[in-house]
Design a binder for this molecule. Structure first.
Ligand SMILES: CC(=O)N[C@H]1[C@@H](OP(=O)(O)OP(=O)(O)OC[C@H]2O[C@@H](n3ccc(=O)[nH]c3=O)[C@H](O)[C@@H]2O)O[C@H](CO)[C@@H](O)[C@@H]1O[C@H](C)C(=O)N[C@@H](C)C(=O)N[C@H](CCC(=O)O)C(=O)O
Ligand SMILES: Nc1ncnc2c1ncn2[C@@H]1O[C@H](COP(=O)(O)OP(=O)(O)OP(=O)(O)O)[C@@H](O)[C@H]1O
Ligand SMILES: N[C@H](CCC[C@H](N)C(=O)O)C(=O)O
Ligand SMILES: [Mg+2]
Length: 493
């Protein structure tokens, strides 16, 4: 693409150098990826400043550089200075990849818990609706049956538009993505044109990044403020909001578009009635302005009723017939690493789940308690370099619900694993409940499995689908499901 054409995506900028006849062969924000003809955008990060890598980028053949501050030396390639390179990156990426989401509708899902689950429910619904879907989120990028690895739940603006472009090339008819609060706050989704924005719920997490819960909510609300601000202005846009959550009022006020509410407790656009939670799944009646359907699902727990309402509401707004929604939800066996049973023929249950917040841990433990015939064990830890304030809360929830807790390491990252466990247990006294601390996760899982007797249930929480454990800066192979399977076999069935 000609640089001149790329610059049409920006309004005010200063150019130092010659723009005419400058051809751009790729758009990059990482100097290490620059090749001959790349345009390099300098981003000021949390660790380093991209402006310090201009020399490297130019040496590698960059044919243009975007900055947000004056550079200390002159270069022979055009230097384009903008107010904010982060914002410019999104605009440039949308232009470079030729407005990819013009070609398919886009659903964004935000909230503390349930985003991945809702996106996979929607993926199944669109599969049944015979519309090829592309999903972006915590687990991976999934386009039809193809999957690609991912670093962040919501990728940066450049990676995101590139992924949308790939979806367009693969003939995707429906985009579905998780939108994290970090992404909203950092502007990773600037330039995205959402048709539907979904809110699951808000509870404590990420207070390492956000100053407080209000700031966290403010970040979430940006998705609803952004709804309808894109280039697909002629289509109707919908905000789908959990009306049973105390943040619903603010989120409704954040959007100028249509609002669809959902609730299990009160009058709302979409409601769940006659809910039955059983040891083998969920039954309820989904009531909508278009009619009522009976939902029968293998997913467990009240929280999954909410997830199904959220997904159904987004599907209804996307004009998917109720019958299709009903069949798709009935067919879902589970979501990777969410309430995933590990069955090796043993006479006790082992469940691997991704609960890594106080609220999700409480929800999943409540679900287990409701059907437990005997003791409930929980093996859980808290990630390092993440919200420290949730640590004592998660430990408290574990003790409130489980008969015995094994506190162990999650992803310690650069923190001392013992110090994380100390944060979890500092407030607990000996009367709070029965627990032990086992720093090594593999050992912690094995200990719980060794102790289990017939009809006991062990919940291994926090890592779900993850196939690694991050210690320091290194990712080691680690999968709770494999570790549990081996421990079960070692114990003997
Ligand atoms: C705190 C945070 O969000 N950091 C993100 C950020 O990294 P950073 O600011 O440290 O980047 P940096 O290393 O300083 O680099 C700055 C710039 O210099 C460039 N650079 C760097 C080195 C070099 O040699 N040359 C060069 O050009 C980099 O490409 C970049 O453009 O930008 C990176 C690239 O986009 C992200 O991958 C990274 O996410 C890290 C891995 C992360 O862990 N983020 C978490 C907190 C996060 O965002 N989580 C949410 C999920 C939350 C949830 O689901 O609950 C998410 O959406 O993933
Ligand atoms: N609607 C919900 N409300 C509360 N807890 C939930 C809900 N849905 C799922 N959970 C619990 O939270 C865990 C994580 O669910 P899921 O991965 O769908 O959430 P997420 O919002 O994508 O999380 P992340 O922020 O890590 O991407 C599940 O394993 C389950 O224990
Ligand atoms: N998306 C979540 C994942 C947490 C998973 C948990 N295993 C951890 O490492 O803390 C986060 O970035 O906070
Ligand atoms: Mg997720």
């Amino acid at each position: 693409m000609e640089l001149k054409k790329l610059l049409e995506s920006l309004t005010f900028y200063n150019v130092n150098g010659e723009v005419e006849n400058c051809e751009i062969t790729s758009l990059e924000m990482d100097s290490r990826k620059v090749t001959s003809g790349s345009a390099f955008v300098c981003i000021t990060g949390f660790t380093v400043d991209g402006h310090d890598y201009v020399d490297q980028a130019v040496k590698k053949g960059a044919s243009a550089v975007f900055t947000s501050k004056p550079l200390t030396k002159d270069y022979e390639v055009p230097i384009i200075q903008v107010e904010d390179t982060n914002r410019a990156l999104a605009m440039l990426a949308v232009k470079y990849y030729d407005y990819p989401t013009k070609h398919f509708p886009l659903i964004g899902v935000t909230g503390t818990n349930g985003k991945t689950t809702v996106t996979y429910l929607l993926d199944k619904i669109f599969e049944y609706h015979q519309k090829k879907a592309g999903v972006i989120g915590t687990i991976q990028v999934k386009i039809g049956e193809e999957t690609f690895p991912i670093v962040n739940t919501t990728p940066n603006a450049l990676e995101l538009q590139k992924t949308f472009h790939m979806m367009r090339e693969k003939d995707v008819k429906q985009g579905i993505m998780e939108v994290s609060s970090h992404a909203l706050d950092m502007g990773r989704v600037y330039g995205c044109d959402y048709d539907i924005a979904v809110f699951t719920n808000l509870s404590q997490d990420h207070l390492d990044y956000h100053q407080d819960i209000q700031d966290y909510l403010r970040a979430k609300s940006l998705l609803f403020a952004q709804l309808g601000n894109g280039y697909n202005g002629e289509k109707e846009k919908y905000a789908i909001i959990n009306d049973d959550d105390s943040s619903s009022h603010l989120l409704k006020r954040s959007t100028a578009q249509h609002v669809i509410t959902y609730s299990c407790k009160k009058e709302a656009t979409i409601m769940a009635k006659d809910i039955e939670l059983t040891a083998s799944g969920i039954r309820f009646k989904l009531h909508s302005p278009l009619g009522e359907i009976a939902i029968q699902s293998r997913l467990m727990g009240m929280f999954n009723v909410y997830n199904m309402l959220a997904a159904s509401a987004a599907a209804i707004a996307s004009k998917v017939p109720l019958k299709v929604i009903q069949e798709a939800l009935e067919s879902i066996e589970g979501v990777n690493g969410r309430f995933e049973p590990i069955a090796e023929g043993q006479d006790y249950s082992v469940i691997v789940d991704f609960a890594h917040t106080p609220d999700s841990l409480e929800n999943v433990l409540q679900t287990i308690k409701d059907f437990a015939k005997r003791n409930v064990y929980v093996v859980v830890g808290c990630g390092g370099d993440r919200d420290r304030k949730k640590r004592p809360l998660m430990a408290e929830v574990a003790l409130n619900y489980a008969d015995h807790a094994v506190f162990t390491s999650d992803n310690p990252r650069t923190e001392d694993p013992q110090a994380i466990l100390d944060d979890m247990t500092a407030e607990l006294d000996s009367t709070s409940g029965s627990y032990e601390v086992v720093v090594d996760r593999k050992e912690g899982i094995a200990k719980a499995i060794q102790s289990a007797q017939k009809d006991d249930i062990i919940l291994i929480a926090g890592k779900g689908h993850e196939t690694y454990q991050i210690i320091g800066h290194t990712k080691y192979d680690f999968d709770d499901r494999d570790v549990a399977r081996n421990a079960i076999k070692q114990k003997g069935v």
